[in-house]
Design a protein around this ligand. Structure first.
Ligand code: BGC
Length: 404
């Protein structure tokens, strides 16, 4: 067992970086996001277009992350490519992802495959998307095809990426597709996602022996107030936030092989609910607080609430134009991971979001989370110092200083 002093991670701890199909592949025109990017009045600042052309350039990208020192690559398969219409499966698309998995293996990289990362085929969206119970079965049918198609070379499965973000931002806040602002529909979407996870889990596990889990967007919550009454009201706001955002998914994960913790920042709650960032706060270019220690708080909560399901940090990172801030953020976040491990929490890996600067959903290409810059006019990749720093950490399997 590592102690915080030794800065060593346990043997077998995995070091990865992640992408999602729609954010890097390019031209995923047959899903709800492409539609949303082209819907007048949607909050999207620009369309995804060719993005990083990772669909064609994956061999170079996988070789690159290997050369930095990583051992794991988490990516998603695009449902709308594999099943462009209801029940019509594309063998060519399945073969493509099989090649991506093989390419990982050829490079000594463990492929972690996410079955759903925010995007839903247009035809599923037209049937009611995640507000429709039938979507859980459609997703399970798709998952079964993928599990059979990609075979036993997949190292790990994530069923659904951050379902709580899709349900909350898409069905309650109206900023992601389908742009709904409907409390009841958001809760319905949570239920459909949970059912989809269970059904996809059964489908995949009947075909593949690889470990499987779901991933969740989690935040640290800090409560503030001047007196007991205010503190109690703030705590009630926090509990309500958990109830809609996190609790159903922490519950459905019980008994899974692992649970994917994904954390970027914290929320401060006062008696009126979420507070806005104050002028003395250090912010990232996403407009939220620079708060690497949020990861430790979320790992601890996930461990308790799932009744000790093994954890993997499937996403953590920061959008920063100054790459030194990225190294500082990851360093401090990893320090928190070590604290958790020292306390006996079973954390098995860390995955940096993201491999390269890419399409940040409604925010377009400005928020840069990548370990590598991409010139989208030439598709030239330029690794940042943080890529090499984190690669050295991975190779040492120990936390290095920010100048090491
Ligand atoms: C999502 C990613 C996104 C990242 C940074 C996560 O919520 O899974 O797709 O790019 O956060 O905002």
């Amino acid at each position: 067992m590592a102690s915080p002093q030794s800065k060593a991670f346990p043997k077998g701890f995995t070091w990865g970086t992640a992408t999602a199909a729609h954010q890097v592949e390019g031209n995923n025109w047959n899903n709800d996001w492409w539609d949303w990017e082209h819907t007048p009045g949607s909050p999207c600042v620009e369309p995804s277009g060719d993005t990083c052309d990772h669909f064609n350039r994956y061999p170079q990208d996988i070789a690159m992350l290997k050369s930095w020192g990583f051992d794991t690559y988490r990516f998603s398969v695009e449902w709308s490519r594999i099943e462009p219409e209801d029940g019509e499966f594309s063998q060519a698309a399945i073969d493509h992802y099989r090649k991506v998995v093989r390419c990982c293996r050829d490079n000594g990289i463990t492929p972690v495959v996410t079955l759903h990362h925010f995007t839903t085929p247009r035809w599923v969206a037209a049937l009611g998307g995640w507000g429709n119970d039938a979507t859980a079965d459609l997703f399970a049918r798709f998952s079964d095809k993928v599990a059979r198609g990609l075979g036993d070379e997949v190292g790990m499965w994530c069923t659904i990426n951050e379902p709580n973000m899709v349900s909350t931002i898409g069905y309650l806040l109206g900023e992601f597709p389908p742009g709904k602002k409907d409390r009841a529909l958001r809760l319905k979407a949570n239920e459909v996602f949970c059912a989809a996870h269970r059904k996809a889990r059964d489908a995949v596990k009947s075909v593949s022996k690889a470990p499987l889990g779901i991933t969740l967007a989690m935040q640290e919550y800090t409560i503030i107030g001047d007196n007991d009454d205010e503190l109690a009201q703030a705590a009630a706001h926090r509990d309500r936030a958990w109830a809609g955002l996190e609790d159903p998914f922490l519950e459905v994960a019980k008994g899974d092989d692992f649970f994917g913790v994904q954390t970027y920042t914290r929320e401060i709650m006062d008696k009126d609910g979420r507070t806005k960032p104050t002028s003395d706060m250090r912010l990232t270019i996403m407009g939220y607080e620079f708060r690497p220690s949020a990861l430790e708080a979320c790992i601890r909560r996930a461990w308790e609430q799932t009744n000790h399901v093994p954890l993997i940090v499937t996403e953590n990172g920061v959008a920063a134009t100054d790459d030194r801030e990225r190294i500082e953020f990851v360093h401090d976040a990893l320090d928190g991971v070590l604290n958790c491990i020292a306390d006996g929490i079973d954390v098995r890996g860390y995955t940096y979001w993201t491999l390269m600067d890419n399409f940040e959903w409604t925010r377009g290409y400005a928020p840069i989370f990548g370990l590598c810059a991409v010139d989208r006019s030439t598709q030239v990749r330029t690794p940042k110092p943080s890529a090499h720093w984190l690669g050295r950490v991975a190779q040492a399997n120990a936390l290095l200083g920010i100048n090491d």
